[in-house]
Design a protein around this ligand. Structure first.
Ligand SMILES: Nc1ncnc2c1ncn2[C@@H]1O[C@H](COP(=O)(O)OP(=O)(O)OP(=O)(O)O)[C@@H](O)[C@H]1O
Length: 457
């Protein structure tokens, strides 16, 4: 199985940019596999989160292309190796390289200990150049640029809020990257509020609070992501409050993100809330279809992949507003195209996305389907629901039942109820009948596709 993982890595290398591959895929070490799970080692939990968010579906896709099986992927975070307790004599025969590796790691750890405050933690990919601005994020984008151009002047703190996956992390990193590009000596640090809290807890535990405080209070730019996670954590808020004051008073820039407006974050202390309102509060709204298309185009250009306009539109219309999900779709499509050696087309996208995009349209109701099918065949909804056995009604009825089963979460008995109180075995029979006929009857297939398409638009 290890060979399969190596092959998967080779395939991923062809699909991803070199930088992405070496940063995120190459470090994944094969640890083992069971019949349905592949276990990979990741260097850290941050790394795990990142790979899970961005590349998990792609990794699965590649493995399934090689093995024709769907594997689960389990990540294990690499342990910091403790001193071995094995007797020396037993250790001796083990590769000396291991010892050296350990020494190197210890050296690195020492280095880290010496200057922990100099690691900005920024993601270099998140820049203003790689961010697409549109009506939904224009304000936050302009405010972020203003802060990056003139930190700690007009907009301090800058508070960016918006829903999941709408680009908050991207924008705060872009601020940090731009300031760092202009001034490589700037002391910048990007932290999620969870990381801030965990580090604070560890510092308390190991009596290193002074070090912790000094580290943050020396920053020129402090970027704290997802502040809503501090809600209800009084000690963390207290510490952050003092850090905030120290930085603010020494005219250092603070940028905070959240999924909500400050006053809507339950459990956020009043004194912090009011401080967030001292500066500028900028929101990011869900993007419209045009912005989503522009983002897809930009990302596919960055990956040097040709994404036709109709496919971009199909993805943008089918996706939710979460850009992370949109990116996931694009990566899936790009991987499929690369692994099969085919151009990306609309029909390919429909096929590759069929589960994902149908899944998102599950709010289609039985009633909507009944109306659409009745209109299509120019019959009345009441006729569709009736028991009349004439062919012009039976076929539309079976089609409608089949689509209900495919696109709604309604059970067989629930569908039966909505079709004039039919027995669930009648419903099962209709679904099976259409399923069977679809394989052989191209006209029927086209009719069903047409009705489904109209339901989605
Ligand atoms: N306008 C945009 N242009 C280009 N890429 C974008 C844009 N908005 C979001 N993205 C991309 O979408 C992904 C998710 O964005 P990001 O992580 O910044 O969202 P977030 O708002 O911080 O999400 P969360 O609420 O989960 O923390 C990232 O890969 C980011 O690069």
């Amino acid at each position: 199985m290890e060979n399969i993982w190596l092959e998967a890595q080779t395939n991923l290398k062809q699909v991803l940019t070199e930088q992405t591959y070496t940063t995120w895929i190459e470090p994944l070490k094969f640890l083992g596999a069971t019949a349905d799970t592949v276990v990979l080692e990741v260097p850290s939990s941050f790394f795990q989160k990142w790979v899970t968010d961005k590349y998990l579906s792609m990794i699965k896709e590649v493995l399934s292309a090689i093995t024709s099986k769907n594997y689960h992927i389990e990540f294990h975070v690499a342990e910091q190796k403790p001193e071995s307790s094995e007797p020396k004599a037993e250790r001796e025969p083990k590769a000396k390289a291991k010892e050296k590796e350990k020494e190197k790691e210890q050296e690195k750890e020492k280095e880290k200990d010496k200057k922990p405050e100099l690691v900005p933690n920024l993601n270099p990919k998140y820049t203003f150049e790689s961010f697409v601005s549109g009506p939904s994020n224009q304000f936050a984008y302009a405010a972020s640029q203003a802060v990056a151009n003139k930190p700690a002047s007009n907009y301090n703190p800058l508070f960016i809020y918006g829903g999941v996956g709408l680009g908050k992390t991207h924008l705060v990193n872009a601020i940090g990257n731009q300031i760092l590009a202009k001034n490589p000596k700037a002391k910048i640090c990007y932290y999620s509020s969870e990381k801030f809290m965990n580090e604070m807890i560890n510092s308390l535990r190991y009596k290193k609070m002074d070090e912790f405080r000094n580290k943050f209070r020396k920053m020129d730019l402090l970027l704290i992501d997802d502040i809503q996670f501090m809600a209800g954590k009084e000690a963390t808020q207290e510490e952050f409050f003092h850090t905030f004051n120290a930085l603010y008073e020494s005219h250092k820039q603070i940028v905070v993100t959240s999924d909500k407006f400050p006053k809507d974050i339950p459990g956020l202390e009043e004194r912090l809330r009011s401080r967030f309102e001292w500066g500028l509060i900028a929101d990011i709204q869900p993007p419209g279809v045009e912005t989503k298309v522009a983002i897809l185009k930009k990302k596919s250009d960055m990956h040097a992949v040709n994404l036709p306009d109709d496919v971009a539109l199909f993805l943008a219309e089918g996706a939710t507003s979460n850009i992370r999900e949109l990116e996931g779709m694009l990566i899936r499509l790009e991987a499929f195209a690369s692994l099969t050696g085919k151009e990306i087309t609309l029909s390919m996208a429909r096929e590759v996305m069929k589960d994902i995009i149908v899944e998102k349209t599950r709010d289609i109701s039985v009633e909507m389907i009944q109306k659409m099918v009745a209109d299509h065949f120019r019959i009345k909804v009441s006729e569709l629901k009736s028991d009349k056995r004439i062919k012009t009604l039976v076929v539309p009825r079976q089609i409608a039942i089949y689509i209900c089963r495919e696109l709604t979460k309604a059970s067989y008995p629930e569908i039966g109820d909505k079709f004039g109180g039919k027995d669930h075995s009648t419903i099962i029979h209709s679904v099976k009948k259409i399923e069977k006929q679809l394989a052989a009857d191209a006209d029927l297939k086209a009719t069903v596709e047409e009705i489904k398409k109209r339901l989605f638009t």
